[in-house]
Write a new protein. Sequence first.
Lengths: 374, 254
Amino acid sequence: MKAERSGFLFRSPVIVSLWFALLFLPFKGMKGAALLFVSMVVAIPVLRYAARKARGITLPIEKVREYFPRDRRYLAVLLIPLAALPVLKQDYLLDVAIIAGIYVILALGLNVVVGFTGLLNLGFVAFYAIGAYSYALINTRLGWGFWSVLPISILITTLSGFLLAFPALRLKGDYLAIVTLGFGEIVRLVLNNWDSFTKGPNGISGIAPPSFFGISLDRLSSYYYLVFFFVLLTVFVIRRVRDSKTGRAWIAIREDEVAAAAMGINRMWYKFSSFAFGAFWAGLAGCLFAAKMRFVSPESFTFMESVFILCMVIVGGIGSIPGVIFGAIALVCLPEVLREVQMYRMLALGAGLVFLMIFRPQGLFGGKRVPLGG
Amino acid sequence: MFLLEVRGLSRHFGGVRAVEEVSFSAKSGSILSIIGPNGAGKTTLFNCLTGFTKPTRGSVVLAGKEISGFPSDRITRLGIARTFQNIRLFREMTVRENVMVAQHATIASGLLPAVLRSRRFRDEERDVRERAFEYLELLGIEGDSEKTAGSLSYGVQRRIEIARALATGAALLLLDEPTAGMNPQETEEMMGIIRNLRELGKTVILIEHDMKVVMGISEHIIVLDHGVKIAEGNPEEIKNNNMVIEAYLGKEAY
């Protein structure tokens, strides 16, 4: 009875508007808050009505999905402009594209854990950090090049995935989320405080850019192609793994753990492998990030970063590979586009996320179930 | 020749003796039913046999190998598959994918062959897909193979569960109330399916409340009450057993 009453309170447009107006009061003063209050009181019932109407409507995006991924020729339509991007000679554009590419790899890695296996990981950034720092440390201390450090660094990250899985996988749901969150913070704090090894909050600078058969890839366009290649590799490998016995086992665990065990699937092993496989890609992304920035510091690996990556997975549609790619690109590019509205851009982004979750909780591309091979 | 031999199996939850010193054997290629009033310990017994709960004591021998206390996935791979009283499908997957998951242990190719799409991997995947379809045909639900499992009717979902259990390749199938909630016609069809399983050389152990089903298809019946085996025998013997009548209907008052 009590719960229902409070639920009613939260749903009342007047209360919600009042709450938002109060939040806004310190920024825009009495007049602004009052304006917001009035417009929200009007807008909420209208939006609710629209939401009820919209429930049955398929977004144009679903129409696109229906025939788009079937035909591989369409893929070229998408890939050629992307491959030609450096022709524009826009450094800013390339910079954003490189960052977006790194986040696509990260989000696809997290999607393996959260989307396929259904394990909520709130400390994914830890693996990203381990990848970046292991690359930075080996490169600056031993002077090894990109291509020899990359596999070592990915191996270290993958092993750390196993390491976290050990204590974490005895737990389920919310408890697992808390443990992974803790792991993320531990890694960041170690990096921040182990001055003698990681140079603490000052970070590590002077990381060498990668080279390719003696040609240094420090030019933005060549680095863009490097990231582009790794993004394609990530999509290629993750798709193929998903459409195999391993991917099926992960998804089966997400759907019903007990039934999965009854099918002869070793739950522990597949949860372990899911964590490690996800961490693998975070390690790759970490290396690319360190080599791109040529500087790493603990600041880049905060809890907010984990949340940001998780948002990419959710916005695009949990479990869907094109969805997650789209989500990552959108969340990297949107703040750039929204630079126009300056200080409100994070607010606008946040509001956008809230509305997306209200109108389309399954994410932009998540309209259907995760398809398996065949 | 006994496929499964259970000796002195007990499962206690604190002071509650859910299963107490139960012994029985299942002949290879036979249909055996376990009956008993609600709370008699039938499902707990199934859980002990399939590793979902560890028996407090006792032994379970499958084809000469002691398996009590093994984890459930290993028991499945060794040859006992089960269905669940409250259906547990992979609801978001299609029916065919459900049956493909069940063939998990029959696939040898690991990660690397999957990424490289080796010849062996492709052959295996093709076989798995085709076999999935065969199992669905066997249960008469091949028409639903591309539908999402969670969207189908109760009767079809029960059949998917059986197809899935069959697809694990296990020799022994434990079916937990396969006809629960079915109408007489569906029940009749389910009896046909279960007989069919025996034709395929499978050994079946049923938990069942519908006496028509139990008496109609089982060769051997075990009666549990309060965790204890109170009777066993063929359908004729069970029908006329006073202990059984008492457990179901209560003691006659004089």
